[in-house]
Structure formats: structure tokens, C-alpha cells
Design a protein around this ligand. Structure first.
Ligand code: MG
Length: 376
């Protein structure tokens, strides 16, 4: 089946760089939303898409899951080789035309939708903490959409080798329209409005331009990227695929309004909770990394069931979700260790800069306890 394509990407109103990237080169279509300090986010999203294309060179059709693993590996290797890029990562929502439909591979919180017969169906699931909370009934979808914590990803490329990829085979009929987009669209434009635009604008490029303009009108707090594919009747004229535009070219972009004084949805309930969640997010954003990735790189020594233990993450919880995981338990009694002055903070968790440092701290504790003799 053939497609007619539109694509658009914009830095938005608040961010200084566009860390989103897209691919619109039949049979491959993709959106990647990068994150990380310095140029990290931009590098990660571009690198992932470049690797996807490389793996499809000369008409190759690799397994789509393996393609995503290849892109993940590329991001990991690049980050390992450049300290300034350490901690970078990206989402990836990748579509490949195939037979009478397409395959989808997906990691992160970018999305794919299909519009068919006036129904807009979301084809992907957000890999975010708030989405997990929605599924467990702890948040409504409306609350999740404006939640200050919504950008915490539970999965992304660039975090670890062992990456879980969602894969799907989707059928397409002439007249179907598929949208790929980054969360810069869905964070501020609701599904009903997205559907209305997709129904009103028959030209795919016009639909992309209007969707991006609406995200900007809504405050444009994030980079916004959209790709629209129209599946055509046989014999219908297919326009050439859109070519990726320069990420930050200002040409014919809609006039952006000044930043809103207050991001939409800030004045909701749980003001105190929101305040400290907001502060937490701010701290993490200032750290310049995707939050989940940040958590994965943090370590502390604390206590578990009375013993000293090694944890990954930060020693706090948000709405009942621990922002840490137990990595290893020791048989060192926590109460004895905390009795030694240097380890008095143990019950609250003693942070370490790396796993090695945390393990060294535990070894030191063990030695200090040995020197103070057996427990009374
Ligand atoms: Mg984004």
C-alpha cells in the first residue's frame, strides 16, 4: 500500500533546543524524543533514527525489534564514549510499511494513533510512571496528562542493553490515517482535538502544521513533532515522502505566543503535593537528564529488614511509588552500623555517586564494625 505523508517539528516556546527527531522516508516512519544534558537529547534521537536507517540500507528488512535494539546499542555506545553525553536517551516510535499494513516498534512516551471511520485509536502505550498509575486506578487520564511527574519514563533507549520493546502488526485500509507524535503534542492537545484536526485537514502536511500550531498556542512547553501518513487507494497519486527538515529552522513556522505565565493545569488539587513533586522534577531537570535515567544512575546505602542494603535510585517515594529498587542485601545489622557516627544517616539512606562508591561504603562499614568488636 502507498502513503501520502506530512511531517513537522518545532522547538516550541519554552525549550532552547529541539531534541525531537523524525524519519519520513518510506517504508520507514518514526518519531524520537531525546533527553539528556548538553547536546545529549538531540544526539540520542538523531543517532537512533540514523541507526534504524542504516539497518535498512540496500532494502534490508531486519526484525523490527532487533532494529530497535541496534538503535539502543548505538545510543549506549556513543554515551559510553563521550562523558558529555553520558545519561542521554530517547524514545522511539517506529513504523515500517509492510504488506497491507505496517509494523510498529515502540519504547517510551511518543505515540502512534490510527484514525479510521471517525474513530481515533491509540496504537501505543506510554511507558511512563503516570500511565502505570492510571492503569492501577490511582490517577485519571486527565490528571495524568497534566501531572508534573508525567515525563518520568519507565523505558527508553540509552538506559540499558536489556530493553523491552513493544511490537505490533497493524492492518491498514485505504482512507486510514496514522499519526506519530512526540509528547510535546499530546501533553497539551487532547485526543478529541487531535481527532478533530485530523478529520478537518485533508492534506497530511496541513494536518501536521495545524497540530504543531495548536501545541504552540497551548504554551508549547516541549518540543513537538508529528508525522501523518494517509493510506491511499490503489491508483491514487502519492506525493513524495516528506524530507526531514532542519531541526531548528525558523522558516514558515507559526507565530509563537509568549510563554504563558503559568503552565496549563498547575492550579489543580493536591497543591502541596504538586509543589514538592514540581520541586523534585525541577531538581531532576536541572540535573539535565531524563528522570528515569537519572534514577537508574543513582545509588544509596540504606536498610532493608534490619540489615544494611544497597539500593539503586533515590531514597524517596512518590504517591506510593518507590523511586528506588533494592539491589543487594547484606547481613550487616543496620542498627549497629547506624550506631557508628559516620553512618548515622543510614536509616534515611546514604547517597553515593556510583555503584562502586556505594559498595566501597558498605565494605568500610563492615570493616569499622569488625574493629568495634562483636555486638553486645
Ligand atoms: Mg518531549
Amino acid at each position: 500500500m502507498r502513503v501520502r505523508v506530512g511531517a513537522a517539528s518545532d522547538v516550541g516556546v519554552v525549550r532552547e533546543q529541539n531534541e525531537d527527531s523524525y524519519l519520513a522516508s518510506s517504508p520507514l516512519f518514526a518519531v524520537a524524543d531525546g533527553m539528556g544534558g548538553h547536546q545529549g537529547g538531540e544526539v540520542a534521537s538523531q543517532l537512533a533514527l540514523e541507526r534504524v536507517e542504516e539497518l535498512h540500507r540496500d532494502g534490508e528488512r531486519p526484525d523490527l525489534g532487533e532494529t530497535v535494539h541496534g538503535a539502543n546499542q548505538a545510543v549506549l555506545e556513543r554515551a559510553a564514549g563521550d562523558e558529555a553525553l553520558s545519561g542521554m536517551g530517547t524514545t522511539l516510535t517506529l513504523l515500517r510499511m509492510e504488506g497491507t499494513g505496517f509494523r510498529l516498534a515502540h519504547v517510551g512516551d511518543s505515540r502512534a494513533y490510527r484514525l479510521r471511520d471517525g474513530e481515533l485509536e491509540m496504537l501505543t502505550e506510554d511507558h511512563t510512571l503516570v500511565n502505570r498509575m492510571v492503569q492501577e486506578g490511582k490517577l485519571t487520564e486527565d490528571e495524568a496528562r497534566i501531572h508534573p511527574h508525567r515525563s518520568i519514563l519507565t523505558r527508553a533507549l540509552g538506559v540499558e542493553t536489556d530493553l523491552q520493546v513493544d511490537l505490533a502488526v497493524i492492518d491498514a485500509e485505504p482512507g486510514d490515517r496514522v499519526l506519530l507524535c512526540s509528547d510535546g503534542l499530546t501533553g497539551v492537545v487532547g485526543d478529541e482535538r487531535i481527532k478533530a484536526v485530523l478529520q478537518e485537514e485533508s492534506d497530511p502536511q496541513a494536518a501536521c502544521d495545524v497540530l504543531v500550531a495548536e501545541a504552540i498556542e497551548a504554551g508549547g512547553p516541549d518540543n513537538v513533532t508529528v508525522v501523518v501518513l494517509d493510506f491511499l487507494e490503489n491508483g491514487e497519486e502519492a506525493a513524495p515522502a516528506a524530507t526531514p527538515a532542519a531541526e531548528d529552522e525558523p522558516a514558515d513556522e507559526p507565530e509563537a505566543p509568549p510563554p504563558a505565565d503559568e503552565p496549563p493545569g498547575r492550579r489543580r488539587r493536591w497543591p502541596r503535593l504538586l509543589l514538592w513533586l514540581g520541586l523534585l522534577v525541577l531538581v531532576l531537570v536541572l540535573a539535565g537528564v531524563g528522570t528515569r535515567m537519572y534514577l537508574n544512575t543513582q545509588w544509596f546505602v540504606g536498610e532493608h529488614e534490619g540489615n544494611v542494603a544497597l539500593f539503586r535510585g533515590i531514597p524517596t517515594e512518590v504517591l506510593g511509588y518507590d523511586l528506588f529498587t533494592l539491589e543487594e542485601e547484606t547481613d550487616i545489622p543496620a542498627a549497629r552500623a547506624a550506631g557508628l557516627q559516620p553512618y548515622a544517616e543510614l536509616p534515611d539512606g546514604i547517597p553515593a555517586d556510583s555503584e562502586e562508591e556505594a559498595r566501597a561504603l558498605i565494605a568500610q562499614m563492615e570493616e569499622d564494625l569488625r574493629e568495634t568488636g562483636p555486638s553486645p
